[in-house]
Structures are given as C-alpha cells and as structure tokens.
Design a protein around this ligand. Structure first.
Ligand SMILES: NC(=O)c1ccc[n+]([C@@H]2O[C@H](COP(=O)([O-])OP(=O)(O)OC[C@H]3O[C@@H](n4cnc5c(N)ncnc54)[C@H](O)[C@@H]3O)[C@@H](O)[C@H]2O)c1
Length: 419
C-alpha cells in the first residue's frame, strides 16, 4: 500500500518505520522542516530503540521519505494516518488546532488528486469522543467534491505503544481497535494489521475515540491507587512489597475483569464498611489518600444517576416493579444494598412500588440484616411480593438482568445491572 503519515513525532515516526519495514511505501508529512530534513538524511528525530536502524533500511530500499507539504503527495494513496499532537490547552481540554489544520490540508490535497482512488483517512491522535463526527468530518469532507467524497473513508485507530518499547509494542499490541462510521470494516487497516496477533474490535468512531481515555485514566488510577496503599503501609510500618505481591497474585478477583463492569453501585456488608474504615485509618495517620477518600462519594453519585435513569420520563404514581433488592444475586443480605436505597428513593418520589427478590422472605430476616432493612425501608413487608407473574406495571427496573423470566405485563424495562 501507499501510506501517508501526518505528524512524525513519537507515534507517527514509529508507525512510519514499522509500516515501511512491513514493505509498504511511506511518505511522512510534518510541518517541522528540521524533522523532515533529519529523517531524509537518515537521522531519527526521536530516540527509541530500533528506529535508527529501521530508518536506514527503509531509506536504502526507498520505502520512506519525508516532506513538509502534502500537495501532490496523495495521488494513489491508500491510507492516511494522522498522528499530529493534541497537547493540553489551558483549561485541560485537548488543543485541537493541529487536528483542525491537518484535516483541512488533507481534504484540500485529496480534492486535487487526478483520480478518486479509495483512501482511508485514519486518525491516531488522542481526542475527545465526537471529534471525528463533529470537527473532522465537516473540515475534511467540506474540501472534497462529491466524487472525491465517495472515495474517502474516515476512521479512528488508537495506538497503544509505550515510549521506550514503541517498536515492540507496535508489533505486539494489547488490542487493535478500529473505529469507523457505523462500525463498517476498513480494508486498508485490515491489510495493515493482517500479521498482528491481538484481539480485534471494529466499532463506531466514538467507541474507538474514548478507548485511550479509558485506558490512560485507568493506568493513572492504578499508579495513584497503588501509591495510596503504599503510603498507608509505610506509615503503618507494613512491608509494601509483600502487600503488593499478595495483591497482584490474585488474578481471580483483583487483577481481573471482576468488579470492573459498569452497572450497579457497590454495596453489601463489606465494601462500604471497609472503604470507610480505610478512609479513617488514612486520615488518622495523615496518608492523604484522596482517591480512596472519594470512592464512597463516587458510589453515592452513581446511585443517584441510576435512580434518575430508572425513573426517566416516568410520572409519580406510576406502578413500578423493582426486580432485586439484596445487594447481589443469590443472597438475602440487604445491608447497604444500593437496591434498597433505590427502593427508598422510588417511594419518596411517589411511585407505587412493588419489589421482587427471589431470595428474600422478610419473615425470615434476622440480626443486623433485619435491623438494617427495617430502619432503612420500614415498608419492606408491604411492598415485597413473591408473586408478580401476569401483573401489570408501568415500568420494571431490573437490578438482576433477568426480569424477562418474571413474565409480568410490562414492556418498559430499564436495566440498571447493565448500563
Ligand atoms: N507518545 C505516545 O506514546 C502516544 C501513544 C498513543 C497516542 N498518542 C497520541 O498521539 C498523538 C501524537 O503524539 P506524539 O507523542 O507522537 O506527538 P509529537 O508532539 O511527538 O508529534 C506530533 C507531530 O505532529 C507534527 N504536526 C503538527 N501539526 C502538523 C500538521 N498540520 N501537519 C503535519 N504535521 C504536524 C508536529 O510537528 C510533531 O512532529 C497525540 O494525540 C498523543 O496523545 C501518543
């Protein structure tokens, strides 16, 4: 393929060398004439293991060259990769000026091609979800005649390389994410990635655009969380390395997809209680654990979000069935159950609430479970029903993901277990 790469920084230059090594013809475009001159004279503009030799090989075989202007360079191009910077603006948002400028330039240069050869214009820069639709498409397609518009496919393909091991990561990515309009396949990216062994996802543009935000925020969260626990351990004279080893050895519950799914809030007799106690310990010893301190508040915010979602467009007085009351399936434990909070809010908001929970018999509740449930939901005995089959409701709020099997008379089902 003929591939044009806009932006020859860490991402773009690494991609240029790897793609040339794979046998494609690469033209790199960068506004920095210093970078362009360096590349054409065989000097890598960034320091990254392997790239200097790859550049020499690619120059020797004529598979790579760099230019400052793209006019006339896009004739017959199959794939354009955009890797320009998106630095932080003063307010923390991404500064999109380079993206806007390069998109206009590309559209303009594509419109001057003699033939409308099919080309995928694929962005790798990290940017706010909605940028491809809302900013780039109008700029890019706004420059093109109808004939050229037909030949251009817009895509987003985030890059997961880490500086220092960028070439290794390029050839062994953790995943391949391809975003296109409507999740259509992109032939050129399939060709580019055909020898890479990684889970593949072809999704809409926004799902692809948000991927880097999710990943990078999670990596940052992991570092900061580990350091908060580290601070508590240091202050308490606990062996940090031993605690770390124990934590990461648990790939069943800790380093795993478990507890890592958007849906219901957390609750039950352990998580809220122990997070609160760790908050207390950290405050007591001055460990300043800002993330741990906000976990419970974040969970409360989520409960409110779920209530608003569950009652959207529903008039007070409406007949509502809540499927699931205990904090999770297969238990009757109501202590700090988010569903019990939800039931309380529904009653307070004036809905005619019925609760169904297959594991719950209020007559059999005892001890702290009984105390908690009746102090937080005194009307529990009245609103719970063991037989809802065939009954008519205006809305079912499904906290279990299995409301379908209840066979109630209602088509308006809101799931809070799966967002
Ligand atoms: N660095 C990483 O490890 C990494 C990993 C994944 C994603 N990203 C994302 O990829 C993007 C690029 O990151 P980077 O670290 O390679 O940036 P960089 O600053 O190293 O390189 C950007 C390049 O774009 C060039 N440029 C700016 N405007 C241009 C234009 N109109 N036409 C052509 N070239 C232009 C600049 O001269 C520069 O050489 C960013 O959005 C970044 O967040 C970076």
């Amino acid at each position: 393929m003929k591939v044009a790469i806009f932006g020859l920084g860490y991402v773009g230059f690494t991609a240029a060398c790897c793609i040339a090594q794979d046998g494609h013809e690469v033209v790199g475009v960068d506004v920095s004439s210093a970078k362009v001159d360096m590349i054409n004279s065989g000097k890598a503009p960034i320091s990254e293991p392997g790239l200097a030799d790859m550049l020499s090989d690619a120059l020797a075989t004529g598979r790579i060259r760099a230019v400052t202007q793209c006019d006339g360079e896009l004739e017959g191009v199959d794939l354009i990769l955009v890797c320009v910077g998106t630095p932080s603006a003063a307010d923390g948002a991404h500064d999109m000026r380079y993206i806007a400028e390069v998109s206009r330039n590309i559209g303009n240069a594509l419109s001057k091609r003699e033939t409308a050869h099919p080309v995928a214009v694929v962005y790798r820069s990290t940017m706010r979800p909605g940028s491809c639709d809302g900013l780039i498409a109008p700029l890019l397609f706004g420059e093109l005649s109808d004939e050229h518009k037909e030949s251009v496919q817009l895509g987003y393909n985030p890059e997961f390389l880490r500086e220092g091991s960028a070439v290794k990561d390029y050839y062994a990515p953790p995943k391949i994410v391809i975003g296109t309009l409507g999740g259509e396949p992109c032939k050129q990216l399939e060709e580019l990635n055909k020898d890479l062994d990684a889970p593949r996802f072809t999704v809409g543009l926004r799902e692809a655009e948000i991927t880097k935000f999710v990943d990078n925020s999670f990596h940052a969260l992991k570092v900061a969380f580990a350091n908060e626990i580290g601070r508590v351990c240091v202050e308490e004279g606990i062996d940090v390395a031993a605690v770390h080893e124990i934590f990461v050895s648990d790939t069943k519950l800790n380093i795993s997809p478990y507890y890592l799914r958007p849906g219901g809030a957390f609750g039950g007799s352990c998580l809220p209680k122990d997070v609160r106690a760790l908050n207390f310990i950290a405050e007591d010893i001055g460990a300043q654990t800002h993330i741990i301190n906000t976990i419970v508040r974040s969970n409360e915010a989520h409960k409110l979000f779920l209530f608003n979602r569950a009652t959207k467009d529903l008039e007070p007085g409406a007949k509502v069935l809540l499927n699931g009351l205990a904090f999770k399936q297969a238990t009757d434990d109501l202590r700090e159950s988010p569903n019990l909070d939800l039931a309380r809010r529904l009653i307070a908001a004036g809905y005619d609430l019925t609760v169904y929970d297959e594991n719950l018999d209020p007559a059999e509740l005892m001890g702290s479970n009984l105390g908690y449930s009746y102090s937080h939901l005194p009307r529990l005995g009245e609103i719970i029903s063991t037989d809802v089959q065939g009954k008519k409701f205006d809305r079912v709020i499904d906290a279990r993901g299995d409301a379908g099997r209840l066979a109630v008379d209602c088509t308006d089902v809101v799931s809070i277990e799966k967002l």
